[in-house]
Design a protein around this ligand. Structure first.
Ligand SMILES: [Zn+2]
Length: 82
């Protein structure tokens, strides 16, 4: 194995690896943006409740893209989904 370019082989310009999903506020916990791993177009998941990277349920939206620019992103998802 030489110093190849294998680290570029899975990078595509169209396919998103993660979609942004919004959890609901739950008691003292504010609503947060989470990442949902997607293997198809996020449009297909728009509005669906999916399991997030950090293991909670959140509603996928195409109005935001992961990583979100908002400051209220889930810390666990931020670390794991990048
Ligand atoms: Zn999360």
């Amino acid at each position: 194995m030489g110093a190849g370019r294998a680290d570029n082989c899975w990078v595509t310009t169209q396919t998103l690896t993660f979609a942004a999903a919004r959890s609901r506020a739950h008691g003292p916990t504010a609503a947060l943006w989470h990442a949902v791993e997607v293997h198809r177009a996020p449009v297909d998941l728009d509005g669906a409740c999916e399991l997030t990277v950090c293991g909670t349920l959140a509603r996928v939206t195409t109005e935001q893209h992961w990583p979100v620019v908002a400051t209220d992103a889930c810390p666990a998802c931020t670390v794991q989904a990048r």
